[in-house]
Design a protein around this ligand. Structure first.
Ligand code: ADP
Ligand code: ADP
Ligand code: ZN
Length: 213
């Protein structure tokens, strides 16, 4: 089962992907993670992506599609989750070509339905481990004492630079303008499945499990 997990920033895509990786052995492809890693390592791609992502804007399609093109070959052997790509209709069209070229198929496009008024608090409260990428939330899933990571034991659990209110607002606007139209796109292809993203993390996971079984 190959899926796309999409929805607004803060919907819980990364959190749920971690469960699917752990419990179902799926491979996770997150363009957000790839961009952050490139930025951390100051690669040419990272330097370019940083200009956009630090402001909460989408990285241009040509750069993003090029990045996925390099990675898509790695998805051949197991079920995969696309998280955060595609985020625009041109990216979705490019994905179709890339999948076809690699004899791969997307089975379902799962939209995590999360009310707008929840997104700001989810995002401002998000903390991430710089070492292993584990995601926390200051209220619902707090890190260990002194901002330590309960997964890898590191002490670099931080707030992402784009998880501050002003940048979040830009990201939510970019989502409405560019990514929300993907719902219609995948509906027309008969691939859209809507899953409620509210309630406990485990409840959402149970719903997702039913959606992919
Ligand atoms: P996305 O990848 O869609 O941007 P994340 O998975 O990073 O979203 O989740 C955003 C924040 O919300 C994180 O701090 C995460 O711990 C928290 N979160 C995710 N799912 C839930 C949930 N069902 N209930 C409460 N908090 C959640
Ligand atoms: P979140 O899951 O919280 O919405 P991501 O980690 O997926 O955020 O993405 C972080 C940033 O990386 C985005 O704000 C954007 O600048 C860039 N980015 C990630 N994926 C894409 C994409 N498919 N197209 C354009 N920009 C992207
Ligand atoms: Zn960690």
């Amino acid at each position: 089962m190959n899926i796309l997990l999409f929805g607004p920033p803060g919907a819980g895509k990364g959190t749920q992907s971690a469960f699917l990786v752990e419990k179902h052995g799926m491979v996770h492809l997150s363009t957000g993670d790839l961009f952050r890693s490139a930025i951390k390592n100051s690669t040419p791609l990272g330097l370019e992506a940083k200009k956009y992502s630090e402001k909460g804007q989408l990285v241009p399609d040509s750069i993003t599609i090029g990045l996925v093109e390099e990675k898509i070959k790695d998805l051949k052997k197991t079920s995969f989750i696309l998280d955060g790509f595609p985020r625009t209709v041109p990216q979705a069209e490019a994905l179709e070509t890339l999948l076809k070229t690699n004899q791969l198929k997307l089975d379902k496009a799962i939209f995590l339905v999360t009310p707008n008024d929840m997104l700001m608090s989810r995002l401002t409260g998000r903390r991430v481990c710089e070492d292993c990428g584990t995601t926390y939330h200051i209220e619902t899933m707090p890190p260990g004492p002194g901002n330590t990571c309960t997964n890898c034991g590191g002490n670099r659990v931080i707030q992402r630079k784009d998880d501050f209110p002003e940048v979040i607002r830009t990201r939510l606007e970019a989502y409405e303008k560019n990514t929300a139209p993907l719902k219609e796109y995948y509906k027309a292809k008969g691939k859209l499945v809507e899953v409620k993203g509210t309630g406990e993390v485990k409840e959402v996971y149970e719903r997702l499990k039913s959606a992919i079984s």
